[in-house]
Ligand binder design. Sequence first.
Ligand code: IMP
Length: 521
Amino acid sequence: MVLDYKNATAHLASYSKKDGLDVQTLIDSANFGGLTYNDFLVLPGLINFPASEVKLESKLTKKITMKSPFLSSPMDTVTEENMAIHMALLGGIGIIHHNCSADEQAEMVRKVKKFENGFINDPIVISPKITVRDIRRLKETIGFSSFPVTENGKPGAKLLGIITSRDVQFLDDDTIKAEEIMTKELVTAQKGITLTEGNNILRTSKKGKLPIVDAQGNLVSLISLTDLQKNQDYPDASKSFDSKQLLCGAAVGTIPADRERLDKLVEAGLDVVVLDSSNGSSVFQLDMLKWIKEKHPHLQVIAGNVVTRDQAALLIEAGADGLRIGMGSGSICITQEVMACGRPQGTAVYNVCEFAHQFGVPCIADGGIGNIGHITKALALGADCVMMGGLLAGTSETPGDYFYRDGKRLKTYRGMGSIDAMQSTDTNANASTSRYFSEADKVLVAQGVSGSVVDKGSITKFIPYLFNGLQHSLQDIGVTSVTDLREKVYGGDVRFEFRTASAQLEGGVHGLHSYEKKLHN
Ligand code: IMP
């Protein structure tokens, strides 16, 4: 008998066969192997809304929600202040690494907290005694064409004038001093003005730079016309609850010296601390968590890393405001190989998130995120946010210089447990060794490698690519937000399918002689 086509959807509702698997069955079926992101796919749903309407707002910790579910890893080739500033501007958060002295790390936190979009808070400044030869040299190395002149040649001191390239362009005598040729009649603005007000002054004064000074005439910051022209608005920026300052995260270890380090970070304005350990279920981390909760009760604490419910339970009970999940899944990681310890990331993310959510503790899937699809899968398995190292490495906001090899523009990307990173530490900077409980070891055992990645351009383009891609991905699944995804996964409406080895080949580009994989414009 042929059924009436007009009843197809009604018939489906009472149909005994369903496509794909619910999430619990997916995880249970993989119990003899563990699940990675590449092992499965999410089945498509109904699209009845535009991708641009998909909300990616997600919880980072019990008290912090972000517009984008993205974090940059606390690694010395990924997150210093420049990355942290841009991650926050783009709606996520950067976690500043601790493979440096406590003072250096606190200074980075301070720079993120002091950052105001459009204001140059750390301008390159010259002394009145500097010669034309030196100014030309500075211009060649730095590429700027004008410099404020202050009494002692440092920001924060009394502003005396400005030197522009025109002032030095036609001078034959290289020994003339800045004070003899600088422009002294300056248009300045008082500390506290808004970017829009500064913008208007620049426009009407027809100057290229607007120095901002305090009541005593000391240089505080600078607004540049060229910056203003390329300045984007960042409506989704992650900001602290009480101030308009960007949100900033930083990692610390769990040895006694890290308490002093954390005090300095908190003084610099830190919002979130990540307790950085390859295995978070240690008495050291539990003690540290308890100490932080007593000493800095307002600080949000992300504990980890964990991959099992047992590990998670200890940290949840000790007061963790968020959990970081992953052991051995990072792209530079050899932990699973060397330590025989860890867990496939899909299984780890599902199990920990399913448990932690019952206590209202948000979870971050950390490591192994290689593309937008992996982000979607991490969220589908319960993660609130994803942390990325390798995917962001090679962008211009990461620390380190580009270099050329085999005709490619590259940057270094290394594991914090690589010999390179562990040996780069001085006595005050113990991030790498303490992360792996190796600070007392005479022979270092590497848990990571050091390598290189290709230039990915700026994250001001790359993060929007991830964001838009994720919106389209959720649209394909038929969910309108990260919360909607979670509810429909746990409710059994979002369905999953395993991928065999040949399914994975089928899902990749195949049958071409050659091709170029260009991911965004
Ligand atoms: P990726 O995004 O796959 O490159 O992984 C980054 C994550 O790997 C970081 O956020 C850390 O959790 C982890 N990680 C960093 N350094 C090491 C290491 O040397 N060995 C193992 N895991 C590491």
